[in-house]
Design a protein around this ligand. Structure first.
Ligand code: SF4
Length: 442
């Protein structure tokens, strides 16, 4: 749990020497409490202070990475609700493949790509479930890893299968799942030998508490926890209890990312379970099969939840070509909020013309918000256009600004003498009709 400034101050030397840049130890303690300074900035911090503050500054949900070539990060969460700050590491989406399946599906899983608001989204991992003997399980796991380089989640029938498959993909930082207290010691040796992560499970939270504590005390802490739950509502409740225990009550043995295999036997139930995991603290969710249509929805949901609410998704401020514009093409203007950019760019494309799209730095805000904040005025747009030397790139001298900032047209014309400013529609959906009725006609 985070320590208060007063408690931190008691651990500092109290000499007020100012070498850390703060006027007093108390001022430095307040900065540490607000996570605006590092203890290493005080050269006189005692070993005791380093130990206590080091432990206190660890995230309540332990961070762990799976994969080496394609890496997914898990945990490191510090808040219960997204709006308090942000969620840190998005839920990992994995697809289950049985070792008896036709492996053509693996190529499709590895190649799956969804581009949404400028971000490329992929499947993060593959779970391999043992159906045959240990040799087959190991051979198929190796083949899948070689084909995709994705981290694997190995689900074996027994420890012997896990042992062989782990050795076959040693060094891949994959996840050995289903480890119970009975197998913990042996599994830990396998994971240490092959550089893997362990997914531990128990009948209830008390059992998990004891198991993670035992492994951590034995020096192994690259863990995720797999709750045994029997319905989506129970999973929702258990995920929430564990997250709350870790965050609010500093229960470190439950402060690990979770793993859940989803396979209710009913496609709709599976989908609801996956949505619940993404909504409520799921670390890794393993889908029973590869369904591209379902993935679009899940990845879109995940992208929305794991976007920092204080940092809107943005595109780079610059001049974008839409289609194949030339020196006689008009220049549309909008903000660098990703969603706005992609909507406007898409509607210009749909209109059938080629054009330039000028995107100034607006801190990722929408048109009206950035305008209200003074970040999208006529003068500001003109200044950005001059910085890009727009006049040397375009002869047409026509700006089209969003209808919402119509009052800025005069200031933009003043800032860019010789340019004509047309007031476009307020909604991007009306760009096509605007182009046909105003630009093409002209
Ligand atoms: S450097 Fe350390 S001892 Fe000196 S003022 Fe800062 S916190 Fe206090």
């Amino acid at each position: 749990m985070a320590l208060s400034g007063l408690k931190i101050n008691k651990l500092l030397p109290g000499t007020n020497c100012k070498e850390c840049g703060a006027n007093t130890c108390m001022a430095f303690a307040m900065k540490l409490a607000a996570q605006k300074a590092m203890l290493s900035e005080c050269p006189y911090a005692s070993e005791e202070a380093k130990q206590i503050l080091g432990a206190a500054s660890e995230p309540p949900v332990k961070g762990v990475k799976i994969g080496t070539e394609k890496v997914s990060s898990l945990g490191e969460e510090t808040v219960f609700y997204r709006h308090e700050k942000t969620f840190v590491n998005k839920s990992v989406i994995a697809i289950n493949v049985n070792d008896s399946d036709d492996l053509d599906i693996v190529e499709k899983i590895g190649a799956y790509t969804l581009i949404r608001v400028g971000e490329e989204l992929h499947i993060d991992a593959i779970a391999v479930t043992q159906k045959g003997d240990d040799d087959r399980f190991a051979a198929v796991s190796k083949k899948i890893y070689e084909k995709t380089s994705l981290p694997l989640i190995l689900r074996a029938s027994a420890l012997s299968g896990l042992d062989k498959a782990s050795a076959a993909i040693a060094g891949s930082k994959s996840l050995l799942s289903g480890i119970t207290a009975a197998d913990a010691e042996a599994a830990q040796q396998i994971a240490k030998r092959d550089g893997q992560v362990l997914g531990v499970t128990a009948d209830d939270l008390d059992g998990l508490y004891a198991l993670t504590s035992q492994l951590k005390a034995g020096g192994f802490n690259d863990l995720v926890i797999e709750f045994k739950t029997y319905s989506t509502s129970e999973a929702f409740q258990t995920n929430s209890i564990a997250r709350k225990a870790a965050l609010k009550n500093s229960v470190k043995p439950l402060g690990y990312a979770s793993l859940r295999f989803i396979d209710t036997g009913n496609a709709l139930e599976d989908f609801i379970a996956a949505v619940t995991e993404i909504d409520k603290y799921g670390g890794i969710l393993v889908l029973p099969s590869f369904d591209p249509a379902q993935l679009v929805t899940l990845m879109t949901l995940r992208q929305n939840i794991y976007t920092d609410p204080q940092k809107p998704i943005q595109v780079e401020p610059k001049l974008y070509p839409i289609g194949e514009p030339d020196r006689n093409s008009p220049v549309f203007v909008t903000t660098n909020f990703s969603l706005t950019y992609f909507l406007v760019a898409g509607e210009i494309e749909n209109s059938g013309i080629s054009a330039w799209l000028l995107i100034p730095e607006c801190e990722g805000m929408s048109v009206l918000t950035s305008w209200a904040a003074g970040k999208f005025s006529g003068g500001y747009i003109a200044k950005f256009a001059k910085e890009l030397d727009l006049e040397s790139l375009v002869d047409a001298r026509t700006f089209i600004i969003p209808g919402f900032i119509a009052p800025e047209s005069g200031e933009l014309e003043e800032g860019m003498p010789g340019w004509k400013v047309l007031v476009g529609p307020q909604e991007s959906a009306d760009i096509e009709s605007f182009v046909k009725s105003v630009l093409v006609k002209a």
